[in-house]
Design a binder for this molecule. Sequence first.
Ligand code: ATP
Ligand code: MG
Length: 681
Amino acid sequence: MDADALLEGLNPQQLRAVTATTSPLCILAGAGSGKTRVLTRRIAWRSATGDLDPRHVLALTFTRKSAGELTQRLRSLGLRDSVAAGTFHSVAYAQLRARWADRGITPPTLLDRKVGFVLRLLSGAEKNIPAIDIVSEIEWAKARMIEPEKYAAASIAAGRRPPMDPTEIARIFGRYEDARRDQRLIDFDDILRVCRRDLISDPEFAASQRWRFQHLFVDEFQDVNPLQHALLNAWRGDRLDLCVVGDPNQAIYAWNGADPELLRRFPRDFPTAEVVRLTENYRSTPQILAVANAVLAGSGRGVDLAGSLTATRNDGPIPVVQSYETDSDEAKGIARSVRDHHGPGSRWSGQAVLVRTNAQIPAIEEAFTTAQIPFRVRGAAPLLEQPEIKAALAEMRRSTGPFEDALADLAVSVDSTEAAGDRAEERRANVDALVQLGRDYVSVETGPSMPGFYAWLAATTRADQPDRWGDAVEITTFHAAKGLEWPIVHLGGIEQGLVPIGHAKTGEALSEELRLFYVAITRAERELVCSWAGQRRFGTKTVNRNRSAYLDTVVAASAALRSGTDPAEVGKGVSLSAPPPPAPTRRSKTRPDLPRPAKTDTPAELDEADSKLFLALRSWRSDRAKAASMPAFVICNDRTLTEIAANRPSSTQELLGVHGFGEIKATRFGDEILAIVAQAD
Ligand code: ATP
Ligand code: MG
């Protein structure tokens, strides 16, 4: 492909991002704005213009799947020689293996079963703590390059909630590292650490790798952890040929040690770097974008702006919220909805079902199997491969009584286990899902047995999937859907306890949950269907469920779209800066899908004069919203107006001090608001 053809169809900002000769380059933009597209075009363009040799490019991404997609996209852009695209782990491991072979070093063994390894290191009371929770702490520390001696202080400073005293964890962590070294084992994080160490200490190795990879590109940079970042620096050496792409609003791996601050401070780390912002969204309809923006606006904290996104696509249907009585109704309902959306000539692969946890997937798989809809489960380790599930199945196999007794034992063990730590809850949910599958199996089998259960599990869960590449609906988690897109997206189980996840307690964890929901919504191109169930089975218990507070925002934004004048304009120019929550804190008890009548009451904390100003501000807001065809709460919520009425800011500076008022809002609305305040008596 000639160089000019590669620039076709790009907007001016994208054009800048593709052709800028500045290094390093940082592309900071919201979901669906073409970041990944620009990254691949930049590689192809630089290659077409002779600025780089694609054989010396390294493109880093987060999953093997997206690495494959990058390579494919590059090939379709005419790159004959394939660019090296991989994950940090795959590239580091390949380099280390080459080095070991060159130097005649016997490769260390890869330690991939950390839980069993840690279990053997525990003694006395330590054995009461699930080894898996200790492993989570070790992984968290290693991702941030925290040594055992520093663990306790770092854990406290980061507000972690380890399953036991941090100094105890630090001691076990120390024993883990010693035993690992004694046995010449390396774990996954060590691959990155050792690769970096060798690059620093072995100049010959460093020189050969830096010659091999002269031009570095990183997609989804917001999810890089400090260890990966340090390795990237070691790969880079003192060169500046680096292009990173990211969206702080999509940072969803903090729990795993990722640090979006690394993206934010990129311009400070590289004062010569150019930052390009993309502001047009090409993926989603204005309707989906408006809902996504409203959700993001609801976070109030921890969210910063990658630029306000403008919709470019044509109008589409308003997002729909479905409620069901039970989780199994929901699974069937999703299957039905998928079938309804499957028109003649359309492909199943144009639809995806996304859920928050792996444990929700089997019920949906079951419903799809029954409905004979082809599906594929992607991403995180499938349920049956989870260690706790393997352990539970092994336990059931050991039981000599009837199958139902073994199942009942398992159910009781789940119910009586005290949850401790994040992973404990997840584990419990997974075992719950297994118990549920066992019940479903018992209900269809006249003489249930363990071998029969295995066969049934194989048939219902994985083995029944159509061939991996065939036309199928994708079922996966929010996390694994990062960077991907589908015309029609179904989001299931949008309930309190799942979205946000029950163990998210701190402000930071909740912000991350909200960003995760934003990531999920922004996967949709044309249609979005969210659902939740009023009851969900967890093991032996049926639990009443509440709709997620985040869904209130979806409902409110959808209602605003329905009652709005010109939906084509909704979402355009909607600021993502930092507006405070429209919905999460006030769940409406009335039927939420209906537009709410305008309120005429004023906040109790305001005196008469301030109340008058408040009403004036509200009337301005409603005019402004109508004129811009955007939901009023996107401009600012009542709390912000109350604060303005009470504090009466007289300058932009003072206005910026008002909660929920960011720079973008100040630029757009500041003068008007200050004028209204100035006129008030
Ligand atoms: P995410 O943050 O979700 O990873 P992204 O910013 O990487 O999103 P892309 O996946 O690169 O976005 O682009 C989103 C969609 O918009 C893709 O289908 C892409 O092909 C399309 N797209 C991007 N830019 C343009 C453009 N200028 N013209 C037409 N389509 C475009
Ligand atoms: Mg992308």
